[in-house]
Design a protein around this ligand. Structure first.
Ligand code: ISL
Ligand code: CA
Length: 553
């Protein structure tokens, strides 16, 4: 069987985290008019689909992933008119927009929750999960993703409500048909406006295991699979979303999901399942997460990453589809984590660009990565804004970890690394705002910024631009079979993509070392792109990448 052709396989996604993209009115917060003024920039780069992180009304406990009104734009981002202008601005340019839907939970400030918490007899009580405590404590031992119990006591009723994320993100009760109907109405509202699809936040978590048994697994990652993810009705619910809403439109969906392993991936995206179009699986992103998550790091290496890519490729076969990405708003900057953001920032950014744009899957580029933005170093806890970092800071330092040690770990792995604003120029605050940015700028904006990137033909930006153009016109890079040449090689990643009579050879050095490579098996080849002007024979320079066209007959 051949891979089915679909527009969302051929296009490339670019994620905008609106708070940090571009501020138009000097309040220090990126906004929709700010995005609109940069649409030509995005078009010039050559991306197709904009994934907009949440822009709905929200008390911002988790920067918009806690929604208090699904039908309104947060005033700090603008108005519905601004949104409509953004959507048409994209469509006029031949681009698309996908919304971030966060429907595993709402904000505790959503009117449903206000009614739900008002009384035990409220007709909205069962919009959420309420349980009596056990032995003077919460109903079970479930832990929240952001630390502490996943249950919060409401002193008035004496019952606890479930919140897998922060206590300001109560989990919606999908068992309740009224909740589902409300959600379908919301999705239809945005589709009727003309949006082109959805990124579905933590979608494998929407069906709960109603026995609410204690978690028994030793690591948080395993607990997620044991108790949170892939619940008994998850596929029934996703199919219903399709039948009731999505199937009536030509749109795409990408499900985000902790707990979707390669073994269950096809259940979500198999081409005959009627569920999602593709997934952001997180296996490679969770590498190095210890028993207690990202602030509890374990060593890992490139062979672990390569194994995960391989496993997913095999398990998807020609039936399922994934998105390929190495960063987003929840993880460290790609070049700081997987490349070398010091002496090889330029080279390793380009090598990683080549990786994500030549694998099988829809590439997703996070804002700022196209100019090689890096992690930031904060020196005091007050500089951090992310609730996850702040919660775990308390937890870990209460247990005796030195504050500086925690801050060091947060500077490597925390989510604020990717949330510092886009550096548009070398002007004050990197040209992001005329006011005071909501989170400190990365001070390296003098050197790393869009203006500098656009004026240098050798920049990371132009490398992305060229690759994006190349991929668009190379079915082999989109649909082609993927064959890894030497999976276990220590520093080098070599693979081919083949489709009909078209084939490419991709050669990547993912290390700071000069590394031997043997390409003699590929005699007839033409170099199309590389991140160095000079090459050595049988040796790759640190972070070198090459893309060849293979001559086959
Ligand atoms: O970043 C993480 C915490 O360590 C991830 O585990 C993350 O919480 C998970 O991938 C789900 O992420 C999504 O839902 C969260 C939100 O905070 C993230 O920003 C979002 O991408 C709750 O809505
Ligand atoms: Ca603003």
């Amino acid at each position: 069987m051949e891979v089915e052709k679909k527009w969302w396989k051929e296009q490339v996604i670019y994620q905008i985290y609106p708070r940090s993209f571009n501020d138009s009115n000097g309040d220090g917060i990126g906004d929709i008019p700010g995005i609109i003024s940069q649409l030509d920039y995005l078009k010039y780069l050559g991306v197709d689909i904009i994934w907009l992180s949440p822009i709905y009304d929200s008390p911002n406990d988790d920067n918009g992933y806690d929604i208090s009104d699904y039908y309104n734009i947060h005033p700090e981002f603008g108005t519905m008119e601004d949104f409509d202008a953004l959507l048409s601005g994209l469509h006029i340019r031949g681009m698309k927009l996908i919304m971030d839907v966060v429907v595993n939970h709402s904000s505790d400030e959503h009117e449903w929750f206000k009614k739900s918490i008002a009384s035990k007899d409220s007709d909205h009580r069962n919009y959420y999960y309420w349980k009596p405590g056990k032995n003077g404590g919460p109903p079970n031992n479930w832990q929240s993703f952001f630390g502490g119990s996943a249950w919060e006591l409401d002193p008035k009723s004496g019952e606890y409500y479930l919140h897998i994320f922060s206590k300001k993100q109560p989990d919606l009760n999908w068992e309740n048909e009224k909740v589902r109907n409300e959600i379908y109405k919301i999705l239809a509202f945005w589709l009727d406006k003309g949006v082109n699809g959805f990124r579905m936040d933590v979608i494998p978590l929407i069906s709960k295991r109603l026995e609410f048994a204690d978690a028994t697994q030793p690591t948080f990652g395993k607990v997620v699979e044991e108790v949170y993810s892939n619940g008994p009705r998850v596929h029934e619910f996703i199919k219903e979303i399709n039948e009731r809403v999505l199937s009536k439109y030509d749109v795409m969906t990408v499900g985000e999901g902790p707990g979707i392993s390669k073994d269950v991936g096809l259940n979500y995206v198999g081409h005959d399942r009627g569920e999602l179009n593709m997934i952001f699986h997180l296996d490679h992103m969770f590498l190095g997460f210890g028993p207690r998550g990202r602030f509890d790091q374990l060593p890992y290496n490139w062979n672990d990453i390569k194994r995960i890519f391989k496993d997913w490729y095999v398990s998807m076969g020609t039936s399922g589809w994934v998105s390929i990405f190495l960063d987003n708003h929840d993880f460290a900057r790609l070049v700081s984590r997987f490349g070398n953001d010091k002496e090889f920032r330029n080279e390793s950014s380009k090598m990683l660009a080549m990786l994500i744009l030549t694998m099988r899957g829809t590439p997703c580029i996070y804002q700022g990565t196209e100019i090689g933005m890096t992690n930031v170093t904060f020196n005091k806890i007050e500089d951090f804004k992310d609730l996850e970092t702040l919660n775990f800071y308390k937890e870990f330092t209460n247990e005796g970890m030195a504050p500086d040690e925690f801050i060091g770990i947060a500077n490597e792995n925390g989510r604020d690394n990717v949330r510092t604003p886009i550096q548009w120029s070398g002007a004050d605050n990197g040209g992001f705002t005329d006011g005071k940015p909501w989170i400190a700028m990365n001070p390296n904006y003098n050197e790393i910024n869009v203006e500098a990137a656009l004026s240098d033909k050798q920049s990371i930006f132009y490398f992305y631009k060229e690759l994006l153009h190349l991929r668009k016109n190379a079915p082999a890079l989109i649909y082609g079979e993927w064959d890894v040449i030497d999976q276990e090689s220590e520093n080098v990643y070599v693979y081919t993509r083949k489709f009909d009579k078209n084939a490419y050879l991709i050669v990547l050095n993912h290390s700071d070392e000069h590394s031997a490579v043997d390409l003699n098996a590929f005699s007839a080849k033409l170099l199309v792109m590389s991140n160095y002007n000079n090459r050595m024979k049988d040796v790759l320079i640190p972070w070198e990448c090459r893309l060849y066209k293979l001559m086959i007959n």
